[in-house]
Structure formats: structure tokens, C-alpha cells
Design a protein around this ligand. Sequence first.
Ligand SMILES: NC(=O)C1=CN([C@@H]2O[C@H](COP(=O)(O)OP(=O)(O)OC[C@H]3O[C@@H](n4cnc5c(N)ncnc54)[C@H](OP(=O)(O)O)[C@@H]3O)[C@@H](O)[C@H]2O)[C@@H](O)CC1
Ligand SMILES: Nc1ncnc2c1ncn2[C@@H]1O[C@H](COP(=O)(O)OP(=O)(O)O)[C@@H](O)[C@H]1O
Ligand SMILES: [K+]
Length: 500
Amino acid sequence: MKILNIDQIHALDQYTIQHEPIAPINLMERAAQAFVNWYGVRFSSNRPVKVFCGLGNNGGDGMAIARLLIQLDYQVEVYVVRYAPRESDDFAHNHRRLKLLTAPIYIEQPHDIPALRHHEIVIDAILGSGLSRPTEGIIKEVIQGINRSPATVIAVDIASGLYADQPNQAEDIIIEPDYTVTFQLPKLGLLLPKNERFVGEWHIVNVQLHQRFIDQAPTSYYYTMPEEARLLIRKRNRHANKGTFGHALLLAGSYGKVGAAVLAAKACLRSGVGLLTVQTPLCGYSVIQTAVPEAMCLPDTHPYVLTGHTEVDNLPPNNYAAIGIGPGIGKAPETLAMLRDILTTIRKPMVIDADALNLLAANRDLLGLLPERSILTPHPKEFERLTQRWQNDYDKLEILQDFARRFRIVVVLKGAHTAIATPEGDIHFNSTGNPGLSTGGTGDVLTGVLTALLAQGYDPVEAAVLGVFSHGLAGDHAADARGQIGMVASDVIDSLRWEN
Ligand SMILES: NC(=O)C1=CN([C@@H]2O[C@H](COP(=O)(O)OP(=O)(O)OC[C@H]3O[C@@H](n4cnc5c(N)ncnc54)[C@H](OP(=O)(O)O)[C@@H]3O)[C@@H](O)[C@H]2O)[C@@H](O)CC1
Ligand SMILES: Nc1ncnc2c1ncn2[C@@H]1O[C@H](COP(=O)(O)OP(=O)(O)O)[C@@H](O)[C@H]1O
Ligand SMILES: [K+]
């Protein structure tokens, strides 16, 4: 699904109005109805509702939402924050309609702000995507009052005071909602880590804006929807054999970190690879042979770290369908030499993770050797080591795009909405996963998943989008079964499923 900027979203509104065609007031009604449908299945009518409206179209949505809720027998009070003399036409229209049902209360001074109790629901329709400057004056006072209250807060479209596609300043006063119900398309600002407090749990509701405009709108930002990810999964041919699905090589583990190799190997096998060889230091040999009997093991000559040398007959590295390197390998000089050797030999996309990334960061000349369309999987700290410090999340996205474009690679920047940057400069945000994944070893699992997909011949961008989605989904299933707190990386492996 595309993520559009605010100018595009406004143009999309106008396009829908002209080409559907639909009167603006009816489009607002559709948005309000979509919000109320969402609301109705979650909150019972015995919780009093206070709707806070601004004077623009977000406020107009609030007015229409209040009317629809009153008609459904919810107990609703409507507050209008009168911060300016002018109102939008559609606000004024809905204001008139609402006044036939109830008398709104006007807030002009701080003492007009009502007390809010914990069983109440606040609907924040003060400012939406039309935000043009930081909040101040009476709007700021109302927002602070709502944020201090114990009520449940739901933002209409976006929290009042939060920019949808540009950075806020630390001192900005912004609604801190429990939920955001946004219209039609996700907004970039909802996905960024620093905005977490101003987003809460967010949901998209469909208001049937014109699909032709969306299809033609240029963007670099995408949000992976379940149906899009599932479409990428390839069906197996009836007459397939294990050769069809590739032979992968995982280079993983060091003394004390052979578990990382085990996790990556198991995840690789659970993601459909045909054959798997794990190269690990000698100390890992019997661990791999015992813990992952489905995998072959290539013992390195070194007892503790990977050097790339082995006394056992094996395939030349270029003969593997895909190579994944990094989980638990450490940063020994011998391992650096092996990485350099591999990067000079291998010409097909690889998966590079963990200490392999730290070795790249410390030896930047290696970046130029990366096979085109390789997948790098840094968490934010590793990414900072590879690049530079960023000022804010928007700046970080630019650094990410530049880095992926410059080295013609796929960069999977891990986090709550993992951002996958392509060599073409696009960014795909993931929609699955939960904080239960913040536990040691889940990154190793992802490396195994991605290596398996490359070995099966998936294009690296598709492998990254699908692999990250499926890994997050497995994390969600693991959380359902074990809870976010109790789940571990092995549960994520056990929960991997590939169904389209
Ligand atoms: N896209 C969709 O799918 C649909 C969208 N819809 C809804 O429309 C909403 C967008 O409406 P909108 O454009 O009228 O903007 P909104 O935020 O209500 O108000 C802006 C007004 O406030 C002002 N203003 C700005 N910042 C300010 C500040 N800090 N302090 C004080 N004032 C400030 C600004 O004035 P100005 O910048 O001109 O001074 C302007 O007058 C959107 O979020 C959604 O809810 C649906 O109805 C239909 C489907
Ligand atoms: N709060 C979160 N929400 C969603 N996914 C998360 C969250 N925290 C971590 N993850 C995911 O868990 C994985 C952690 O990877 P990483 O930090 O490399 O762990 P490790 O090095 O311990 O294996 C990544 O895929 C990341 O996207
Ligand atoms: K709002």
C-alpha cells in the first residue's frame, strides 16, 4: 500500500470529489461513518464520549461523528475549541446539523476546559492533516488538559499537533492518544519510532478515495499489507525436488555464540530452503549436528572463530544458491579476512547481518565490494555505525535511502516498523511484529529466513519484504501463544508459516 504525503492526500480528496463525483460534505460523512463503524465494535454506549472539535475539516469530521454517535444512543458532549474567527465550510455545515440534536459547548478560555474522568472517551478532532504550525494558545491548553486526564483518547485521522510527514520539535504540544484512526492510507508520521507517544495503537479505515489517483501517485514509501505479502509467496510445483529450492550456506557462530548459528539454521530450514550447510568454528560442530540434524555442517579449522578454512571437502562458495553471514561470528581478525575474501569472490546477492555489519562499519573499503542487491540487516545501532548519527527519524530515512542507493543494496533497518530500503530508493515499512520480538536471537532468525528466500530464487527486494513480514507475523503468532513477555526466538521459528 502506498504512503502519500499530505499534499498528495489533499489532491486525492479533490480528485475523488471531482471524479467519483461526490460532494465534499458527503465525503466527510463517509469518513465520519467509517470512524463510527470502527468505534461501534470496540466501545459500548455506557462510556460517555466527549468530542473535541477544531474549526477545520478535522473538526467537521468530529461534528459528524458526534451526530452519528448520538443517533446510535451514545452519551455525547461536543466541545468546540474556538481558536480563530474562521471555520471551514464543511465544519460550518456539520455544526448546523449537530445543533439540531445537541448544544455544543464552546472553549475560549482555559476555565472552559471540562474535567475528564477515566471511564470517558475523548475523541480528538481538533486538528488533522491541515496542521501548519505548532499548537499554541487555547488549543495547546486543551491538548495539555486531555493529555493529563485519565480518559481514553482516540485521535481522528492523526493526533492534533502531530505533523503527518515532517518532523515536530521536542517542545511541540501534541495529543497523546491511545488510538489513532486514520483515513484510507497510512501517514509516514504514524510509523516513526520517535512519534510512538503521539500515535498509540493505529488503525486504517477505508473511505473509498479514488483508486485511480492512488495508483498513479508517485511515492517512495510503501506499507506492506498482508495480502500484498502473501501474493509474493511462491507455490511449490508438484514435481519439485530439493534441488529446486537451492542450497544455502550460513556462516555463523563463534565460541559462546553457536546458538546464533542454530537459530539462523533452523529458521532457514523452516523457510523452505532445499539444502543447508552451516559453516561454524570447530566448537560448534557437534552442536549443529545435534541441534539441527537437517543441516550439513562444515567445521572451520579454527576452534573458536570463523576463518573460512576447512579440511573437509566442500562446494566452492560461488556454487551455493545463497550465502548468509553474520549471526554470532564476532570480530576476530581471521573472521574479517574471511569476510574480505568472500566479498571479493562472491558476485551474487548475500545476506549480511550482525558482526559482519560491524566489520563492514570498521573497514569501510569493504562496502564497495558488496555484491549488488545484497541484503544488509542492521538494527539502528549497527546502522548508525555504518552511516552517521541522525537528527530525527525523517533524517534517518534519508540517510537510509542514500545508503541503499549508493551501494546498490537492500537495507533492512530493523525496529517496530522495520524499514526496507531498495537500491532504487524506495522504502517499504513492515506491518507485522510486536515488542515480544525484542529478545536475543530474533535477528538471527531473520537472517536464516532471508537466506532461505534468496536460495529459492526470490528477488532480494521481494525476499526482504516477504521475509520481514513473515518473521513479524511469526512473532505475532508466538505472542498469541506465549505472550510477548514469555516468547523467545525459538518460538518465532516454530511459528513460521508460508501460506498464500
Ligand atoms: N484525506 C481524507 O481522506 C479525508 C480527510 N478528511 C478530514 O480533513 C482533515 C483535514 O482538514 P483540513 O485540511 O481542514 O485541516 P485541519 O487539520 O482540520 O484544520 C486546519 C485548519 O486549522 C488551521 N491550523 C493549522 N495548524 C494550526 C495550528 N497549529 N493552530 C491553529 N490553527 C491551525 C489551518 O489554518 P491555516 O493553516 O490556514 O492558518 C486550517 O484552517 C483530515 O485530517 C481529516 O480529518 C475527511 O473529512 C474527508 C476525507
Ligand atoms: N518493538 C518491536 N516491534 C516489532 N519488531 C521488533 C521490535 N523489537 C524488535 N523487533 C524485531 O526483532 C528483531 C531483532 O533483531 P536484532 O536486534 O538483530 O536481535 P538479535 O541481534 O538479538 O538477534 C528484528 O527483526 C526487529 O525488527
Ligand atoms: K485529530
